[in-house]
Design a protein around this ligand. Structure first.
Ligand SMILES: Nc1ncnc2c1ncn2[C@@H]1O[C@H](COP(=O)(O)OP(=O)(O)OC[C@H]2O[C@@H]([n+]3cccc(C(=O)O)c3)[C@H](O)[C@@H]2O)[C@@H](O)[C@H]1O
Ligand SMILES: Nc1ncnc2c1ncn2[C@@H]1O[C@H](COP(=O)(O)OP(=O)(O)OP(=O)(O)O)[C@@H](O)[C@H]1O
Ligand SMILES: [Mg+2]
Length: 264
């Protein structure tokens, strides 16, 4: 596999580049600060650390939003992050809101993906409720790896005002998190969307982040063909093609929704 981690000397530069970005976005919007969802996972944890670095703890608001499928460990880790950073945060149970959606449209009951994505969208509604009320921006927590294959809910966790870590591959997220002092148990935790029971990113995508990052950097974002990538990384050509397919099929999630061209 390809080692995508930064050299030690580059890390402060990458951190500063992201914190400058967050500060610039908030200033340009004339906003009072930022709000973000805290899941206890590494993406939101790193984003919160960088946001505090950029804006100060008093200008960052965390939302811990447990569903019935959230593990107690992740939710207590999310609160630990907020407490370590000394940011204000709320804990809001989202399942009653999801239940009210299903009461309005019972046909979706038991549809694991539809209900899971609804959980992500309920979180987005709450993020914007706070953002509107407190004049904050909503910080996204998506990284480059999941954006490239569309591994996020359209208008759910994808509904944000900017993506501070959106250019970092997952390996770089972990490395920068370690560098800025995120507790090691959070850095090494198994990534999960927690949209349904026992979900993990790597099981659902059918590929490890190590392989995904390497295929993206070499083939999807890089110059090598499917065959050359498979040879270099010692993976099946089918795996490279599969990632390429996920990238192509998810293009609609990375674009502004289209409208017909105006008629002459
Ligand atoms: N070609 C196309 N052009 C325009 N729109 C298109 C389209 N194909 C589908 N669509 C629309 O997109 C919808 C499907 O997209 P979407 O609703 O996002 O749903 P979908 O991509 O099916 O599911 C979301 C995936 O992201 C994962 N996820 C979600 C949230 C967080 C995380 C995490 O890592 O924490 C992971 C989740 O586990 C699942 O695998 C369709 O129902 C349709 O409305
Ligand atoms: N229970 C939750 N409470 C608040 N926000 C949540 C919750 N679950 C998910 N989110 C939001 O959705 C985002 C997307 O989840 P995702 O799993 O990709 O990131 P993560 O949990 O931070 O890291 P990892 O991918 O390593 O699990 C989270 O970063 C967080 O902002
Ligand atoms: Mg997660």
């Amino acid at each position: 596999m390809i080692d995508l981690r930064f050299s030690e000397g580059e890390l402060d530069h990458h951190r500063d580049h992201i914190t400058d970005f967050v500060r610039d976005r908030v200033d340009a919007a004339g906003a009072e600060g930022a709000v973000l969802g805290l899941s206890g996972g590494i993406d939101s944890t790193l984003t919160a650390y960088l946001a505090v670095d950029a804006l100060g703890a008093e200008n960052v608001h965390g939302l811990v939003l447990p569903a019935t499928v959230s593990s107690g460990e992740n939710m207590s880790d999310a609160e630990r992050v907020a407490q370590n950073l000394e940011i204000s945060y709320d804990v809001i149970e989202i399942e009653p809101i999801v239940d009210s959606l299903l009461a309005a449209y019972p046909e979706a009951e038991g549809d694991r993906e539809a209900v899971g994505n609804a959980r992500a969208r309920v979180r987005a509604v709450l993020n914007y409720l706070v953002a509107n009320h407190e004049e904050r921006l909503v910080l996204g927590t998506g990284n480059r790896s999941e954006a490239a294959v569309g591994y996020f809910t359209k208008y759910g966790d994808g509904a944000v005002d900017c993506h501070p870590i959106g250019n970092l591959y997952k390996a770089q997220v972990r490395q920068l998190a370690h560098h800025v002092g995120v507790p090691e148990d959070l850095v090494t935790k198994t990534p999960t969307a927690e949209l349904w029971d026992d979900q993990t990113d790597e099981d659902e995508m059918g590929v490890s982040y190590e392989t995904l990052d390497s295929i993206l950097a070499t083939h999807v974002d890089g110059p090598l063909s499917v065959a050359a990538t498979a040879r270099l990384l010692e993976v099946d050509a089918e795996t490279v093609e599969k990632i390429r397919g996920m990238y192509e099929r998810s293009e609609h999630k990375r674009q502004v929704p289209p409208a017909p061209e105006p008629l002459d």
